[in-house]
Design a protein around this ligand. Structure first.
Ligand code: C2E
Ligand code: MG
Ligand code: MG
Length: 613
């Protein structure tokens, strides 16, 4: 080993180093290759970084949004061309300045505090501010700011990207205007009025001042429109809108609800000031308006309700004012009417009762009792009067006096009347089937009789009972009903008579029929009112009246019947005076239909009343 070592050392250097050199060389080549590869990689990274930088620069330069870069001290270090386009400041003018360069002083309170807080906590902020351009013009801008941190995590820069949103805001405002204002007059519309009403109610609750909610409807506006055209009508509305606004204070509201209807909110401070405010509004409405060189003037009907005396919600308050306006119209227009809570509650109660009664009709709670009419001279039962009853589940059997008034002059009266006629016709058939040929009368209310199609509907009802002789049906018409429109009543009654139905004038003597009217009406029977009959024994004038009616009936060729015959004495006097057909408690009380055949048999067999024959 030693030798070999020695011998190796002894070898000539060239020959000995060749392989080592070869190896070193190869090593160097390898290193070079690695290095080259590294260089290539670095080059590519550099190229990529370069491309990225170019791209970022292009974004910066070509962005449509303004970009502003600040350093950590919030001094502008760079801005892009869009910044200059939007703000009017050149790059050189902006650099080194603070962003407050653009401040307008009009940005909403608290926005900058919120911006600072968000940048500190979340390193970003987004929102809207109002800025001022170099030329002084204001503009709204939407902006987002990002805080950029360095390798150590400290904020090194702020990058703000913003856009001018003037157009957007303009459209937004336009939409808001269209949604909230009336295009013709520029006044708030119904929607904005509702908002203002809510606010005014809250204000009134705080201040304790009463608030008048008013509904104004112009009188005679349609006439102006019709006679002078729509352009003139529009002109009138615009001027009245201005006059109304001028008559009120800035904090009050005048709104146009549509057509010629306006709504007003007036802070009246004291209830007693209300009247003066209403007079001011009406006077402003009446101011003459020049249209095409001519002065026109319309008046207004004003309804109002006062909060909190009327402690309702916004919608109801306006409805109350509207209702009051209708009463102002009814009272002759050009005036105001204050909503009357007590009256309204009364009306509501009647409506509820009406609904309940309608329910009763549909639910079969109404029924008819029949009171016989007899001829005292022969003992014959001549017929029976149908009298309506309400079998109330809680209040028991109710007489018509307790509920018919609720129906007065409503369509329900017609429904009831037709129901009665139909049942009476059915009842006549039922009695006939039980061996009793008996006619019956139905009471007809004035409102029902004066329906234009009364006779036609009666004909239809008769057709539903083809086996019933129409002559067995009698209609009892109140004297007052015949009076209110005599010509129409006479026409209707003539048609009814043509159908074969009998007609009587009920409660005769209580209305004010003239003899001329009586002659005009095609009547079969006059019914002496029970008040004269009951008073006749004591009061000679009542007796004279009864006598008069009897003679009148004879003169007109009508039969006569006395109602309210309570005692045999009444019957005897009536008989002596020539009125033999009677009805009254003394003969029989109204009774359920099924009891009538037995009663009738019993009556005919007994001779309870004095008979002259
Ligand atoms: P009316 O048509 O004059 O009917 C006579 C009323 O006098 C009935 O009262 C009857 O019960 C009552 N009466 C009968 N005999 C006597 C008597 O001897 N003494 C006294 N004090 N009263 C007597 P009722 O049933 O309470 O009806 C009252 C009114 O209600 C009727 O007066 C009629 O105008 C109306 N009415 C009744 N039923 C109907 C109906 O179905 N339709 C319409 N529209 N009105 C009806
Ligand atoms: Mg009657
Ligand atoms: Mg009567």
């Amino acid at each position: 080993m030693k030798d070999r070592k020695t011998s190796t050392k002894a070898r000539p250097p060239d020959a000995d180093d060749a392989p080592a050199r070869e190896a070193r060389l190869q090593g160097l080549v390898h290193e070079l290759q690695v290095h080259q590869l590294e260089l290539e990689l670095q080059n590519e990274a550099l190229r990529n970084a370069h491309t990225e930088l170019l791209l970022a620069a292009a974004v910066f330069a070509h962005s449509y949004d303004g970009i502003m870069v600040c350093d950590r001290d919030e001094l502008i270090v760079d801005v892009n061309p869009a910044f200059t386009r939007i703000t009017g400041y050149a790059r050189e003018e902006a650099i080194g300045r603070k962003p407050s360069l653009l401040a307008s002083g009009l940005t909403a309170d608290g926005v900058f505090e919120a911006m600072r807080q968000s940048l500190d906590e979340h390193r970003c902020w987004r929102g809207e501010i109002v800025n001022r351009r170099k030329g002084g013009a204001l503009y709204p801008q939407a902006m987002s700011i990002a805080a950029v941190a360095d390798a150590a995590g400290r904020v090194s820069n702020y990058v703000a990207v913003f856009s001018d949103i003037s157009k957007l805001k303009f459209h937004e405002a336009e939409l808001l205007r269209i949604a909230n204002y009336d295009t013709l007059t520029g006044l708030p519309n119904r929607r904005l009025f509702s908002d203002r009403l809510q606010l005014a109610l809250a204000r009134s609750r705080r201040s304790g001042n009463p608030l008048a909610i008013c509904y104004l409807d112009l009188d005679g506006f349609k006439d102006v429109n019709d006679r002078h055209g729509h352009a003139a009508g529009d002109q009138l509305l615009m001027t009245i809108a201005r006059n109304l606004s001028a008559a009120l204070r800035a904090e009050d509201t005048v709104a146009r609800l549509g057509g010629d209807e306006f709504a007003l909110l007036i802070d009246v401070e004291q209830d007693s000031h209300c009247e003066a405010a209403m007079e001011r509004v009406l006077a402003a409405t009446r101011l003459p308006v020049a249209i095409n060189g001519q002065n026109h003037s319309v008046s207004g009907s004003l309804g109002l309700t006062i909060y909190p005396a009327d402690d309702a919600d916004a919608e109801t308050l306006l409805r109350h004012a509207d209702q009051a306006m209708y009463l102002a119209k009814e009272a002759g227009k050009n005036g105001f009417h204050r909503f009357d809570l007590a009256r309204d509650q009364g009306v509501k109660a009647v409506n509820r009762q009406r609904q309940r009664l309608e329910q009763a009709m549909q639910g079969g709670e109404l029924l008819l009792h029949y009171q016989p009419k007899v001829d005292l001279s022969t003992g014959r039962v001549m017929g029976a009067e149908a009298l309506v009853r309400w079998q109330h589940p809680e209040h028991g059997l109710l007489l018509p006096g307790a509920f018919l008034g609720i129906l007065q002059n409503t369509s329900l009266e017609v429904v009831l009347g037709e129901w009665v006629i139909d049942h009476v016709l059915t009842q006549i058939g039922t009695w006939r089937a039980a061996g009793l040929r008996l006619g019956a009368s139905a009471n007809i209310s004035p409102y029902h009789l004066l329906q234009p199609d009364f006779a036609e509907r009666l004909a239809a009802l008769l057709q539903c009972h083809p086996d019933i002789d129409a002559a067995l049906l009698e209609l009892e018409i109140l004297e007052s009903a015949a009076l209110s429109d005599a010509t129409q009543a006479a026409g209707t009654l003539a048609k009814c008579r043509a159908l074969g139905v009998k007609l009587s004038l009920d409660d005769f003597g209580t209305g004010y029929s003239s003899l001329a009217l009586l002659r005009q009406l095609p009547l079969d029977v006059l019914k002496v009112d029970q008040t004269f009959v009951s008073g006749m024994l004591e009061d000679p004038s009542d007796q004279a009246l009864v006598e008069g009616v009897i003679h009148l009936a004879q003169a007109f060729g009508c039969d006569v019947i006395a109602e309210g015959v309570e005692t045999p004495e009444h019957g005897a006097v009536l008989l002596a005076k020539g009125c033999s057909v009677c009805q009254g408690y003394g003969i029989a009380r109204p009774m359920p239909a099924e009891l009538l055949p037995a009663w009738s048999r019993e009556w005919s067999n007994s001779a309870r009343w004095t008979r002259p024959h």
